[in-house]
Design a protein around this ligand. Structure first.
Ligand SMILES: Cc1cc2nc3c(=O)[nH]c(=O)nc-3n(C[C@H](O)[C@H](O)[C@H](O)COP(=O)(O)O)c2cc1C
Length: 416
């Protein structure tokens, strides 16, 4: 498969540390030749985008803002987010039942909210296909995150089938001649036993889960929950490895910072990211609206242009480094192997972790940059050898909940 250039391929002139554009200095862009401002003074642009300077310790000392979620403020009431379990077509045939269950599968997370999946239903069988027209060739040239995202949707489908009492057999990558066919889910019949309390909790968590990019409350995550998250990942064939100790955390936070600088220093990376950023009132059914990153209307209108035009890497990196340093729980999800079969399992493991986390009141966010930049991934692998091949870097905690992001309807992702 033809691969697009990696972010580093089009990187702008090498960063002379004195000359590197810093978020704190962006004000100078509009006034060439203007005298350098003090580095500590935040630029207007940075404030405008809501990228306030991340002060050391700030995240650990101030409680996060109280959650104010009005789910219908941005997302259309007809969105799959508002599906009611009571609408399950119990009296209809299996095709209608499977199609209903897909309303929950499409609520899965995906990189840049690209929703790179397609489904086909034939009788009792549902096929999951990779939709490579939604690929992110710069940040995800091997379709690794694309496959992980599809694994998340597959896990949500399995949980939903159990909720509605349907026993299913799942085959991963069932046809070597068709690599885009990621899974075949065949409903065998009704389950022998009714869904367990844990099945029901996992199901409820599907529509409650969301990515929250704000700071979390400083309160720590109990060890029993961390163990439950690791067990959930392991059951799916992935490893969930918490970052333990100050040294490991500091080094990972530094890798995240450096990866931000490398990624955002590339024009192609910024162009790709900007294409998926939408303003708050966009009617698009995919992509990341500004509100998911804490932006107001005006900020969200400007964000795609600003991201495409300016290298915000060092400011973003400093902010992400602080988020990592002060996250109540920082963890790496990894796998023994690094191929499509492993990525699919990682996706199932990631979704299992997210559903478990949601069901106990945690919210989660990603700091995946060091996995996406190949030269940083090598360092990460050395730093976290227990995770095998690092696939996802995430932070978790208690605290605010972002509003939901849009989704395509099931009809939009069906192959007819
Ligand atoms: C494989 C994968 C990688 C992701 N990487 C990042 C990331 O590096 N940074 C980030 O902010 N969000 C990341 N996300 C979160 C997505 O942007 C998010 O799931 C998507 O926008 C949909 O929003 P929701 O999770 O709130 O439903 C990732 C999600 C997945 C599944």
């Amino acid at each position: 498969m033809a691969r697009s250039p990696r972010p580093s391929d089009d990187r702008e002139p090498p960063p002379d540390p004195r000359a590197r554009l810093d978020l704190n200095e962006l004000g100078e862009l509009s006034a060439p030749g203007a005298r350098r401002r003090k580095a500590a003074k935040p630029s207007k642009l940075r404030e405008f985008l809501g990228l306030k300077p991340a002060r050391a310790g700030a995240a650990s000392t101030r409680p996060a803002a109280k959650a104010k979620v009005r789910e219908t403020e941005y997302v259309d009431e007809r969105s799959p987010w508002f599906t009611k379990a009571a609408e399950f077509p119990a009296e209809s045939g299996m095709e209608a039942k499977l199609k209903f269950c897909l309303r929950y599968a499409v609520l899965a997370p995906s990189s840049h909210n690209s929703q790179p999946w397609r489904f086909a239903i034939d009788g009792r069988t549902c096929l999951l296909w990779a939709d490579r027209t939604k690929a992110l060739p710069v940040s995800d040239p091997e379709d690794r995150e694309l496959t992980i995202s599809c694994g998340c949707a597959l896990a949500a489908l399995r949980v939903t089938l159990r909720r509605f009492g349907l026993e299913a057999t799942v085959k991963h990558l069932p046809d070597p001649k068709r690599p885009d066919l990621l899974a075949r889910v065949k409903v065998d019949g009704p389950m022998r036993n009714p869904p367990s309390a844990e099945d029901l909790r996992q199901f409820e968590a599907i529509a409650d889960r969301r990515t929250t990019r704000q700071r979390f409350e400083p309160r720590s995550v109990p060890a029993s929950i961390v163990k439950a998250l690791a067990d959930a990942a392991e059951e799916a064939g992935a490893a969930f490895v918490p970052v333990i100790g100050d040294e490991q955390r500091t080094r990972l936070a530094r890798l995240i910072h450096e990866a931000d600088v490398l990624q955002l220093g590339g024009r192609a990376f910024r162009r790709e990211l900007a294409m998926w950023l939408h303003h708050n009132r966009s009617k698009a059914h995919d992509g990341i609206p500004g509100y998911a990153m804490g932006m107001n209307e005006l900020q969200s209108l400007a964000a795609p242009l600003v991201v495409r035009t300016f290298d915000l890497g060092s400011g973003r990196g400093a902010q992400d480094e602080q988020l990592a340093l002060h996250s109540p729980l920082l963890a790496v999800i990894g796998s023994e192997r690094d191929d499509p079969a492993a990525w699919l399992k990682v996706g199932e493991g990631l979704m299992a972790v997210l559903l478990k986390a949601t069901s106990v009141g945690l919210t989660a966010s990603y700091l995946n940059q060091p996995v996406e930049v190949p030269e940083m991934r090598v360092h990460l692998k050395r730093l976290m050898p227990e995770s095998g091949w690092p696939q996802i870097v995430m932070r978790m905690g208690f605290g605010p909940k972002s509003p939901h992001t849009p989704r395509r309807s099931v009809d939009e992702v069906m192959l007819h």
